[in-house]
Design a protein around this ligand. Sequence first.
Ligand code: Z5A
Length: 219
Amino acid sequence: MPIGHRQSVVPHPHFVSLEGGEGAGKTTVLNALRATLRERGFEVVSTREPGGTPLAEMIRNLLLDPSHEPPAPETELLLMFAARAQHVRETIRPALERGAWVISDRFTDSSYAYQGGGRGLDPEFIADLERRVVGLRPGLTLLLDIDVEQGRERTRGRDLHPDRIESERDEFFQRVRATYRARAAADPQRFRVIDASQPAQAVADEAVAQLRAWLERRP
Ligand code: Z5A
C-alpha cells in the first residue's frame, strides 16, 4: 500500500492520551498514571505533543515561537501533523509493538480542538489527515475539563513569556473547550471526562481510578 493511502484509524488499548485546556493539570496526572502502570510491571513510555522526538520537538519550537509572523491556520495544522507523523513512526508505534504502554500529553484530539474548534478549520480535513498520516488513536482518553478562566489563572504566574498559542484570547479557548466536550460526548467508549477544577490530588486519584477500571476491562 502506498504511504499516505491508509483509510482507517485504529484504537490501541495500551495507548492513553491526556487532553484539556491550559492549566488543566495534565503533568500531575501523567506522573500518577505512569506510576500506576509501572507498579504493575509494565514498561511505560510517556511523551507529549507537539514533540516526542528530536525533530518533532524542533517543530514544536517553531509552532510555539511568537517571534515570527503568525502561521496561517493550515500551516499550523500541517506542522502539528508533521510533528505527529514523526512521533507516531519513531516513538509511539515502536513502543506499542514491543508491548509497552504509551501515555501521551495531547494527541490528535488537540488538533480537532485547537485547529478545528479554535481556528475554524474543517474537521473533515483534520479527519483525512488523521486517517492518512496517523492511522492510530488511543484506546483511552482522559479529558481534564476546566473552566477557561480558572485554568488560565493557574498558569498566569508561571507564564511570564506566554507562547504563541497561550497568547490567544479567552474566546479561542472557549471554542477549544466546547469542541473537546462535544468530542467526548460523541465517543463515550474512549473518553472519560474528569472535573479538573478539583484539587490536584483529587484529579490524579480520579484519573488513576479510570485507568484501573480500563486495565480490568483490557488486561
Ligand atoms: N496544540 C495544538 O494547538 N494542536 C495540537 O494538535 C497539539 C497541541 C498537539 C502545547 O503547549 C500547545 O500546543 C497547547 C495546545 C497546542 N497550547 N496551549 N495553550 P503545552 O504542552 O506547553 O501547553 P499545555 O498542554 O496547555 O500546558 P499547560 O498549560 O502547562 O497545561 P497542563 O500541562 O495541563 O498543566 P500543568 O503544567 O500540569 O499545570 C499548570 C499549573 O497549574 C501548574 O502550576 C500546576 O501546579 C497547577 N495545577 C495543576 N493542577 C492543579 C489543580 N488541580 N489545582 C491547582 N493548581 C493546579
